[in-house]
Design a protein. Structure first.
Length: 257
């Protein structure tokens, strides 16, 4: 997109966020982290092209835990090396400026927090831990992967021998208790929602921006491809998040100066 056009969109986005008077939310998906080197699921170079979605369903995991763990360990290497990109940093800055009340993410990569985000709601859990499905014990994901590499896949709980599972939410599993409720509560009172890098196909997460829109929030979508909520959005920006969001910060800083 031309710089002039992008600057104009950034000014409009910044104005919407400022006018929300501290009640704006940012809702993110895998697309906010592709510029950090983590593939998304449904984008042009998405993971689904290599690994079918069913692999990360709880049913498939329970029947094939060794195979899923080996794939997860591969994915973890990518997550562990990833660093926040300009989009994560811009979102953290909008929060620091008092414009964004909370960041609600579907990602498990921890990059919003690494960029300095303070209130980050992780709808799909985190990639930092593994949990024992038998006794509930938790251990660091690196430790679980080491157990798998040394003793064979899938890794077993050091306490009771039960099956360990990465603590991220798999398809078919409930979301962590309270997090979705809190996200929906914030959505209902939000005056604006900035949706970044999500195809909005995964439920119930996608209910968050939908619910906000139903309650009158102004929507901005920043995504490389069309999303099902674009028709409700006041602003649709088809651009890389890492290029667009720093411009929004610049414009918001000018408006608040
Ligand atoms: P998705 O893959 O369904 O959609 C990502 C969207 O982002 C696509 O529409 C793509 O066009 C867009 N996109 C890609 N790069 C972009 C960029 N630089 N700027 C703007 N837009 C960009 O992702 P989703 O909606 O988050 O759903 C997938 C599920 O997979 C989520 O539940 C998430 O938990 C999980 N997931 C997480 C990670 C992670 O933690 N980083 C990575 C892959 C998948």
């Amino acid at each position: 997109m031309e710089n002039v056009e992008l600057g104009r969109l950034a000014r409009r986005a910044a104005k919407i966020l400022v006018e929300a008077r501290g009640r704006a939310l940012v809702f993110t998906g895998a697309g906010v982290s592709t510029e950090s080197g983590i593939p998304d699921f449904r984008g042009p170079s998405g993971l689904w092209r290599r690994i079918p979605p069913e692999v990360f369903s709880i049913e498939y995991f329970l029947s094939n835990p060794g195979e899923v763990w080996r794939l997860y360990a591969e994915l973890h290497r990518v997550l562990a090396e990833a660093r926040p990109n300009p989009a994560h940093r811009a979102i953290a800055r909008l929060e620091e400026m008092g414009l964004v009340e909370a960041v609600i993410t579907q990602n498990i990569d921890g990059l919003h927090q690494a960029a300095g985000g303070r209130r980050v709601l992780e709808l799909h859990g985190s990639g930092r831990e593994a949990v024992c499905l038998a006794c509930g014990a938790r251990l660091g994901i690196e430790e679980a992967i080491r157990l798998g590499q040394e003793m064979g896949w899938p890794p077993r709980c050091p306490r009771c021998g039960g099956l360990l599972k990465p603590d991220a939410v798999f398809f078919g599993e409930p979301l962590p208790r309270g997090v979705l409720e809190e996200a929906l509560r914030l959505a209902r009172r939000a005056r604006a929602v900035l949706v970044v890098g999500s195809s909005l196909q995964v439920y119930p997460a996608a209910l968050v921006p939908e619910e906000a829109a139903r309650h009158g929030a102004r929507l901005i979508t920043v995504n490389l491809e069309p999303t099902p909520l674009d028709w409700r959005a006041e602003l649709v920006v088809r651009e890389r998040a890492g290029r667009f969001l720093p411009l929004v910060v610049e414009e918001a800083e000018k408006l608040l100066a």
